[in-house]
Design a protein around this ligand. Structure first.
Ligand SMILES: Nc1ncnc2c1ncn2[C@@H]1O[C@H](COP(=O)(O)OP(=O)(O)O)[C@@H](O)[C@H]1O
Ligand SMILES: [Mg+2]
Length: 302
């Protein structure tokens, strides 16, 4: 992160919902913000639905009270001489506003912008960094390897909150490794699954993961709504797609365990939007996904 922020003025953290973009951006603002003379400002945009309202949110975060009613100009004037890291969290539903970010960077030469979004902004100078899922244990990992895997650690940490005093046996730890692999190391899915250990043993949980979208509900009430269930996290992305992209997505959902571009082309006749849409950035890696552990299927990207 540090190196990436050193080499660009516009860094975007991309990836499906629940992969850890916001967490990483918050951490970056805390750790890298000190190196900016004017610090870091975090702008939450999840509830902003129209690009023209981005400036209201930025102005609010910067504590600007409008004098002229033209917030875009006032934000620009404030930031022109500042050395600041501006974090724009949750930009995917505002992607048409990407040129506004580019213009702001042009006007403010000491400004850096860190954006979290499910799709890249696609403006010049952008460095898009995909946030990978958590590291998973190998299928034949020893107990100590399992315990040092980030995914297993997250599951155990969260399950102790759901079930105080939970002391996993060796067998439980092995099954937790399997659960994490089945969930592709996605932090949000792991957290929702771990919350289920309140009632279910790891073995019972694994058995029920076949119906995983029904099971992965009941996130914390203080989480944003679309992080309370995995289905809501996926719905949010799906609703942002164009109609042609939705059709493509539905057809691709017939594949299991990822899809190569060749297989997609062979199966889907109207494939033009594969090359013209933002969906591409989610498809390309599918074909090159390494086989992990005993995973047998891949959920739709969020
Ligand atoms: N590296 C990580 N280690 C532990 N928990 C994580 C990690 N990354 C994300 N999480 C947890 O997963 C959930 C989803 O992360 P979040 O940053 O909100 O994802 P996104 O912004 O990509 O939708 C949050 O509850 C967060 O605490
Ligand atoms: Mg987020």
């Amino acid at each position: 992160m540090d190196a990436a922020l050193g080499s660009t003025r516009l860094l975007t953290l991309t990836g499906p919902g629940g992969t850890g973009k916001t967490s990483l951006a918050v951490e970056a603002a805390r750790s890298c913000g000190q190196r900016f003379a004017d610090g870091a400002t975090f702008v939450p945009l999840a509830s902003v639905t129209r690009p023209e309202l981005v400036w209201d949110a930025v102005a609010r975060a910067l504590g600007i009270e409008t004098k002229t009613g033209d917030l875009a100009v006032e934000v620009e004037q404030r930031l022109r001489d500042q050395e600041l890291l501006l974090v724009l969290d949750n930009f995917e539903q505002l992607i048409d506003g990407a040129p506004m970010v580019a213009r702001l960077l042009e006007a403010c030469s000491n400004l850096k912008v860190l954006v979290t979004t499910r799709v890249p902004l696609r403006v010049s100078g952008e460095l898009a960094l995909p946030v990978p899922p958590l590291e998973l244990p190998r299928s034949d990992a020893s107990e100590s390897e399992l315990l040092s895997s980030e995914a297993v650690q997250l599951f155990l940490q969260r399950s102790r909150l759901a079930r105080p005093g939970f002391e996993p046996t060796n067998e439980d730890v092995r099954i937790v490794g399997e659960i994490c692999s089945r969930l592709d190391g996605l932090p949000l899915a792991i957290e929702l699954a771990a919350a289920r250990t309140r009632l279910l043993s790891p073995r019972a949980l694994l058995a029920r993961l076949e119906r995983r979208l029904e099971l992965l509900t009941g996130g914390s009430r203080d989480q944003i709504e679309r992080h309370q269930t995995l289905r809501a996290a996926i719905d949010w992305s799906y609703e942002l797609l164009e109609e042609s992209e939705k059709t493509l997505f539905q057809r691709l959902s017939g594949f299991s365990g990822g899809v190569t571009l060749d297989a997609a082309e062979a199966t889907i006749s109207r494939i033009t939007c594969l090359f013209s849409s933002d969906i591409t950035c989610d498809i390309r890696p599918w074909g090159t996904l390494p086989k992990r552990g005993s995973r047998t299927e891949k959920p739709p990207a969020g």
